[in-house]
Design a protein around this ligand. Structure first.
Ligand SMILES: [Zn+2]
Length: 150
């Protein structure tokens, strides 16, 4: 059966700061992040299944990504846990995520990969994830790039 890649796009607003970075991104600032989630699978063959002809219901994908990522990170401030003001800021503002990694586009992307690999239905495989900070800057993770694991 032919495999199909299915992609759904999500958007969320978040702020971050790169502790110790030697550029403008060391300051707290925001991005309109765009997250593209791509899965592979075979369209449902059972005509009696309400999802007949679908790799996965876009609605299911939306619900999974919203619950595991978007609801948590939309309108949040993402900081490295060891940044000087992290704990103080967390007490002052409601939605602050403290990471043990630098919240670069690359690291946030990897964090999302880890979250999603346990959340997707067994009938699909996470093929790739693309996280854009701006219209011209993005990071991508591809399962096929992770040679050592397969
Ligand atoms: Zn930034």
């Amino acid at each position: 059966m032919a495999k199909i890649r299915l992609t759904k796009r999500f958007e969320f607003e978040a702020a971050h700061s790169l502790t110790g970075y030697d550029g403008a991104c060391r300051h707290i600032h925001g991005h309109s992040y765009v997250l593209d989630v791509t899965v592979t699978g075979v369209p449902e063959k059972d005509e009696t299944n309400p999802k007949f002809g679908m790799v996965v219901d876009f609605g299911n994908l939306k619900q999974i990504i919203n619950e595991s990522i978007i609801n948590r990170y939309d309108h949040c401030l993402m900081l490295r846990a060891n940044s000087p003001a992290a704990l103080e800021i967390r007490d002052e503002y409601g939605k602050v995520e403290l990471f043990d990694f630098q919240p670069t586009c690359e690291n946030i992307l990897l964090h999302f990969v880890e979250i999603l690999q346990n959340k997707l239905p067994e009938t699909v495989t996470l093929h790739s994830l693309k996280l854009a900070e701006t219209r011209s800057s993005y990071a991508e993770w591809y399962l096929s790039d992770q040679c050592s694991a397969f």
